[in-house]
Each structure stands twice: as C-alpha cells, then as structure tokens.
Ligand binder design. Structure first.
Ligand code: ZN
Length: 302
C-alpha cells in the first residue's frame, strides 16, 4: 500500500453522529420515544469500533454526540475525548429542528451542551441538527445556536432532498454575522456537477452508491477546488447485526442496505484521503470563507 505524502494534500473533516440505530429520523413514529430505553443499545460497541479504527490510522475526528446517549453513557463520551477527538453536539432528543418550537429547540440544545460539557470539562463549539433539519423555515435556529454559545453549525445541506436541504446555500464553510454574534456554517459536502450540487461525502450516499462515487467526488473537491470536504457517518452504519425495525420499504432500504460493507469502505476512505477534526478544518478555512462569502446577507431568504 502506498501512502501519499503530498504536503499540499487537503485535510478533510471526519465527523461521526453518535446515536443508536433506533434514533434515526426515518424510524420516528415506528419506535415511540418512551420505548427507547427498553431497546437493546448498540451505540457503545459500535462507537468503540470506530474509535479503534480511527486510532489504528491515527485519525482524529469530530463526534456530534446525542445528549440522550451522553447521559446514559458518560464513559463513552470521556473515552472519545481521551482519544484526542473533538466533542460536539447532535442535540438532546433527536427531534427535527423544523418540528420544534424555538423554545423547545433552545431547551434541547442547551441540555445537550450542558451534559457534554459536564462530562468532558471541555467547551462544546459545534452543533449538527438531526437529519440536517435546518432548512428555510427553521433558519431561526441559527440565532438560538449563537445565543446558546455555539460557534459553528453543520446542519445545512446545499442540496435538493425530500426531507432537508437549501439548494442555493453555500457549498463551503462561510461566516454568518447576526445581531447577536457570529456563527460559522460548515455545510454538508457536495460536488458541483453541471450546476447541480450532488452529495458526495457520507451517510446513506456512502453506503448506497459505489465507493468510487465518494472517491471521485472528494478528489474533485480536493484537487480541482483545493477545498476540504466534511465527511459524516453514524456508528450504526458499521453494524450489520443491528435489530431490524419495521418501517416503510424505502426507509428500510436507506437504513439497512450495505451495512456489512461500510467498515471496509471507511478503511479505503481513510487510506485514500487525509482527515482531522471539524474545528481544525474551520480554523484553516474561515479566512478563506470570509473572503468568499463575506459577512453580508446570505444568498437565501431568512
Ligand atoms: Zn442523527
């Protein structure tokens, strides 16, 4: 195996949304929340497998941890932090932002940030919404994130999708200046193909499409645009033995397809590209982001 030592190699962000298989939004309504505690939890062992894999390859990552998981498994959060990884917030109860009132959203992210910070003693900067649910009708969430002390958000996907996305929003990290402060937006990564933003870096797309699609897309952004991508994955995506939940066919397909191949693909990805934490990526990218997008109004309606 040859390892590329190109000093100009772009360092991408590796991000993991730490939740259990039954938290996933496609199972909303299939598994009532009050039953979560009765289901077999697999998040600890799956996250530990990811930690081992990352340690093997000396990769640091950002873990967006669900507050609900952190409350039940504080040792896991401590272990992630002890591995040199960044701890960020995935909210508390995995409710879609646009299904919450602003007050409920504030309570949810405050509870998550508090439990994560109390567990590690380190300030939590980042937030990623369940299912990228910051969309045009829930942009009010960005002001609340600023007020609650977050410095970056990773919840806006600049694509067209049935459940999320703001297709006209920026493809690379940018600064949002608001009356109450500043937030850096770190969007889900896409390749610009004939004027269309196509998702390239993680989740269902990583599992459902051949690996060469991800490799082509990340190479295109790294080499042609000289910009990093933000890759994302969930611990349940490397767990082919998770209990099967009853859900509509399309949801089942999206959730269960290729689970047995994801870990091997992740190894290929880590071999083919360089990765580090989100905060490291943003520290390098923000000066560029400020030139690119300035601090003026966003290119979409507030
Ligand atoms: Zn999630």
């Amino acid at each position: 195996m040859t390892v590329c030592h190109d000093p100009r190699r772009i360092v991408n962000a590796m991000t993991i949304d730490v939740e259990d298989y039954f938290h996933v939004s496609v199972f909303d309504g299939v598994v009532p929340r009050h039953q979560w505690d009765q289901l077999e939890s697999r998040v600890v062992r799956n996250t530990e497998r990811l930690l081992d894999l990352l340690a093997e390859h000396d990769v640091r990552a950002t873990f967006f941890v669900l507050g609900w998981v952190a409350e039940r498994h504080p040792d896991l959060v401590a272990r992630i932090a002890a591995g040199g990884h960044e701890i960020a917030s995935h909210g508390y109860g995995h409710r879609l932002v646009y299904d919450q009132t602003p007050a409920a959203f504030r309570a949810d992210i405050r509870r998550a940030k508090t439990v994560l910070e109390q567990t590690t003693g380190v300030r939590v900067d980042g937030y990623r919404a369940p299912s990228y649910s910051v969309v045009p009708r829930s942009l009010w969430a960005l002001d609340i994130l600023i007020e609650e002390g977050h410095t970056y958000d990773a919840s806006i996907f600049p694509i067209r999708h049935d459940r999320y996305g703001i297709p006209v929003s920026g493809r690379h990290p940018y600064v949002i200046d608001r009356a109450r402060g500043r937030l850096i937006e770190a969007p889900g990564s896409t390749a610009d193909v004939a004027g269309m933003n196509l998702p390239i870096a993680g989740g269902g797309y990583f599992r459902l499409l051949p690996y060469r699609w991800t490799r082509w897309g990340i190479r295109r952004v790294n080499q042609t645009e000289r910009r990093p991508v933000i890759f994302y994955l969930h611990p349940w995506e490397i767990d082919p033995d998770q209990p099967r939940l009853r859900a509509p066919m399309l949801s089942r397909f999206r959730h269960y397809f290729n689970l047995g191949r994801t870990e091997e693909r992740l190894r290929m990805l880590i071999r083919d590209f360089s990765f580090s934490t989100m905060i490291e990526l943003l520290e390098k990218q923000v000066p560029a982001a400020r030139v690119d997008q300035s601090t003026g109004p966003l290119p979409y309606v507030w």
